[in-house]
Each structure stands twice: as structure tokens, then as C-alpha cells.
Write a protein of this length. Structure first.
Length: 249
């Protein structure tokens, strides 16, 4: 009885193996593709800030500055769609945050980071752009607004007051994808040659785009609806990574 049971188990196992398809033979290759775009949009990062013993008073003071900044920008010829305020943020005076057990704060800072978008002819001549940004900083500085450094470079984590981007990156992403696929092919062929096999086709492709830095916490930078940022108007990098599985025989 015991022998019969063992034989039955082996037979069932053999049936299960026979019904399971063999895994396909593949070579997986990861590769990058990059294209460079000329910026058609500049983003100037600025902020307002107010401090007071009470958070409510700091909020009122900062709200007044925000209204003054908005009015000044409109008087300078900026459209509403060129201006974006990120909302109020609170912090103990002189500190980035407060944690239980620490000394109670003696006052509060309220600040609001906002962006001004520049486009069109201003981006065609760097001297015109510099003059435009200079005038913007000078005029807004008179009413209590100032520049803010934001991390926009994923390779170096550099920060800048002015970032450059492209409004529609779809065409550049397609070119970067094609470049990544072109880079992957010779790598797969070299691996196949060393294995003494031949590539017979592509089984699957997955891809990701390399965009601006992903920070550990939400920041006003997250509100910008553009993925690729650079500190140079001439060189906005658009990168795509692919993972290609090649079948071989």
C-alpha cells in the first residue's frame, strides 16, 4: 500500500511537469537613450515670507505680500497663466520644523513659493532673458519677494533660481526611446555571440523616463507640470531607459 502511494505521487508529478511550458530562452539588456532639446519655457522660482509671534499674524502679513506681488506682476505685463503660487507653508521662526519635546517656538514663519513662466522671444536671446529676470527680481524685491534655489538637476542635485524646460516632450521622448533601442541591440548581439547563439526576436520591452529629482517629501517643485528641467536653455536632457528581452536560438 505504501509503494502504490509513492508511485501515484510520482506519476502525478510527472503529469504536472509535462503540462508546464518550458521557460523561453532570453537575453535581457538595459540601455539608455538621450536627446537634447532647446528650451521653450523658463521658470523663475521666487518666494514671499513673513514672520510674527502668532501664526495667524504671519499668515495675514504674507497674504498681503502675495496680493502685492500678484498686482505688481500684472502691472509688469505678466498674464495670469504665467504666475503660479504654491500655497502657504508654516514653520517655527528660524527653523524648518518643530518636533515634540523641543523648545517651544517663539514665533512663526509663513512663506509661499511661486513661479513665473517666461517664453517666446525672451528665450531666443540670453541677454534679453537675463535682463527680464533681473528686472523681475529687482521689482519684486522692493515689495519683499526674493529668489529661491530649487533642485532641478537629477545628475548633480544642483539648485538654480531659473530652470528651463520644454512644454511638450513627446517628440523628444520618442527619439530618446529609439536611441535606447539602438543602443541595446549591439549589446544583445555581443552577448549572443559570446554564448554562441543567435538573436531571433524581441520578446518584450519595458521603458522608463528619467525626469527631475524625486525628493523624499512633497515640495512646490512637484506642482510644476513639466518633467524635464535643466539649468541651461540650450541643453534640456530627455532620457529614456529600456529593458529589452531578446529571444535567441
Amino acid at each position: 500500500m505504501r509503494i502504490a502511494t509513492v508511485v501515484a505521487v510520482i506519476a502525478l508529478a510527472g503529469t504536472a511537469v509535462a503540462q508546464t511550458p518550458l521557460p523561453s530562452l532570453t537575453i535581457s539588456v538595459s540601455a539608455w537613450g538621450k536627446v537634447t532639446a532647446r528650451a521653450d519655457l523658463a521658470i523663475v522660482f521666487l518666494s514671499t515670507r513673513a514672520s510674527a509671534a502668532l501664526a495667524a499674524d504671519a499668515l495675514d502679513q504674507n497674504a498681503k505680500k502675495v496680493r502685492e506681488v500678484r498686482a505688481k506682476l500684472v502691472s509688469m505685463g505678466y498674464r495670469e497663466d504665467q504666475i503660479h503660487f504654491s500655497g502657504n507653508r508654516f514653520a517655527p521662526t528660524g527653523r524648518g520644523g518643530y518636533y515634540a519635546g523641543q523648545e517651544q517656538p517663539t514665533g512663526f514663519d509663513v512663506y509661499n513659493i511661486f513661479y513665473v513662466y517666461l517664453e517666446g522671444t525672451e528665450l531666443k536671446d540670453i541677454n534679453v532673458l537675463d535682463a527680464k529676470v533681473g528686472a523681475l527680481l529687482d521689482e519684486l524685491g522692493k515689495i519683499g519677494a526674493g529668489p529661491v534655489n530649487m533642485p532641478v538637476l537629477s545628475s548633480t542635485w544642483g539648485a538654480t533660481v531659473v530652470a528651463f524646460t520644454v512644454k511638450d516632450a513627446a517628440t523628444y521622448e520618442k527619439e530618446a526611446y529609439q536611441a535606447a533601442m539602438d543602443n541595446a541591440q549591439p549589446i544583445a548581439e555581443d552577448i549572443a555571440r559570446r554564448m554562441k547563439v543567435k538573436i531571433s526576436g524581441i520578446e518584450s520591452v519595458s521603458l522608463t523616463s528619467t525626469v527631475r529629482p524625486v525628493l523624499s517629501a512633497a515640495t512646490p517643485l512637484s506642482e510644476i507640470p513639466y518633467d524635464y528641467l535643466s539649468s541651461s536653455p540650450e541643453d534640456v536632457p530627455v532620457r529614456v531607459s529600456v529593458n529589452v528581452r531578446y529571444s535567441y536560438k
